[in-house]
Design a protein around this ligand. Structure first.
Ligand code: ZN
Ligand code: FE
Length: 239
């Protein structure tokens, strides 16, 4: 099995440290190299890999620092190789990737960036969703169309319900407020908004959620068509 440690970095980003039973270790989206190296040292861990979901600097700026400290291999989206320095293992949906003795599926999820990928660990039921799927939200469309993002989210929606979702940012409260605004009569959303307010009042992370929770309370995942999704995304951009 693989364990996940949350590492809050920058303003509202989450990096993650994965440790597997076989001793392997990976750092996910190190937006702040100094902080990741500090936490690795504190836990006496040396990463074997870095995983990047997409090229934005709040996810990759610490690659160099972590790589220098750990002498590890960088895994990232093949189609963003020109925009992420020194990827050692470029991957796409066809890649046969393993970590900690488990299969890792690369899911191509264009929309936020054109080459964004998510990493899915079916055995440990973990999804690293980067800036594609947030708790009760989804990433902004910087490089893709609403159609692209809708299709990407549909791929994640049908993962097993008990898959834990680890995303790239703590945006959950603002996302929950928007979901409540968009679907005021949805009791699941109202209840989750209340819970999230409590969690954030205590300064705790709202991550991970599960695919099941998201399919019930994330209006972007609940959208029935690309058109409905596009309209929600536009409303959220102006919310
Ligand atoms: Zn991003
Ligand atoms: Fe980001």
């Amino acid at each position: 099995m693989i364990s996940v440690t949350l590492v809050p970095v920058l303003e509202d980003n989450y990096s993650y440290i994965l440790t597997a039973d076989n001793g392997q270790c990976a750092v996910i989206d190190p937006g702040d190299g100094e902080e990741l190296v500090r936490v690795l040292k504190q836990k006496s861990l040396i990463a074997d890999y870095i995983f990047n979901t997409h090229h934005h600097s709040d996810h990759v700026a610490g690659n160099h620092a972590v790589k220098s400290y750990c002498k590890c291999k960088l895994i990232g989206p093949e189609s963003e190789m020109k925009r992420i320095a020194s990827i050692d293992i470029p991957v796409n949906a066809q890649s046969a990737l393993t970590f900690g003795g488990e299969d890792v599926q690369v899911i191509e999820t264009p929309g936020h960036t054109s080459g964004h990928i998510c990493f899915y660990f079916p055995d440990s039921k973990i999804l690293l969703s980067g800036d594609t799927l947030f708790a009760m939200g989804c990433g902004r469309l910087f490089e893709g169309s609403a159609e692209d993002m809708y299709t990407s989210l549909q791929k994640l929606k049908f993962l097993p319900g008990d898959t834990r979702v680890y995303c790239g940012h703590e945006y959950t409260l603002a996302n929950a407020q928007f979901c409540h605004h968009a679907a005021p009569d949805n009791q699941d959303i109202t209840n989750r908004l209340k819970e999230i307010k409590k969690i954030r009042d205590n300064g705790a992370p709202t991550i991970p959620s599960t695919i099941e929770e998201e399919t019930k309370t994330n209006v972007f995942l609940m959208a029935k068509s690309a058109e409905e999704f596009a309209s929600l995304r536009t409303q959220k951009d102006n919310f």
